[in-house]
Write a protein that binds this ligand. Sequence first.
Ligand code: SF4
Length: 318
Amino acid sequence: MDKRGAAWLSPTLVMADPVHVSGGVVAALTTRPGPAKNGAVRHICGISGGKDSSALAVYMRDRVPEMEYFFCDTGAELPETYEYLTRLEVILGRPILRLNSERDFDHYFKVFRGTLPSPQMRWCTRNLKIKPIEDWIGDDPTVSYVAIRADESNRKGHISTKGNLQTRFPFMEDGIKHADVLRILSDAGIGLPDYYEWRTRSGCYFCFFQRKAEWIGLADRHPELFEQAVAIEQKVLLDAGAGDDADFASQAMKGRQYTWSGGETLVELRARRSEILERQEVAQARSKAARVNLTLLDALSDALDEEDASMQCTVCAL
Ligand code: SF4
């Protein structure tokens, strides 16, 4: 970790220099007014409930005292996430503002005519996460601090076209990597959110980015949430005619996503519980054998990546 913390004591706003990051937290901004008055520059730090953004919040705590911390609450986050945010607020000594969409998942589920959100149709992120941020910032000149790490250069891309927003990447600027993030959280006495025991990403309990072993983790740890995800999926399937159309699989399935996890329903996935967990254990053992000083989280990440290399949500899972 590079010790250049003093550089953050008086952050300077450079409005004319757009920053590029892939799928970033803040995209195009709307014109709704935010809470800042008299042109004061706002400093904001979004917390997803994941380790990187949480570590960034801790890292910035004494560097930018006027920081506004926020969390976009879809109403479908994991119980562990809500619990972790409460503990994080104590560490920060500051509240973490909960930004809620004016409309919930059920509303947009109807608007999008019962289509599940998917990597191709991510209406959830846009409406439940990005829009509330846009509304909250409005036209205020704002510096947004984003937790892309120095060892994540592959996450670069475009983030914002609006002139009132500057994005900064303290971890990239200060050379902070994965191990540093774990140390920041450990030193702060908060450690990792409990969901990292079975899942490597924050976000909604039904997130389509989660891997099959993580769905099993959800079924084991939060059976009621798993059943809710099953119910949403069953509704989509029945609405599409899966109940009485023999040709459904060959016709209606074409080009649309009817299940949360690729290639099978959640009920079918759960029936393969033993097989999925066995495969995960083998992959974890292989990962441990190949790397020394491997943390449990690293081993779980490696095993899940081996099982299913789907992209994570770069807005929801930092
Ligand atoms: S966590 Fe997943 S389901 Fe939730 S808003 Fe993000 S991409 Fe969508």
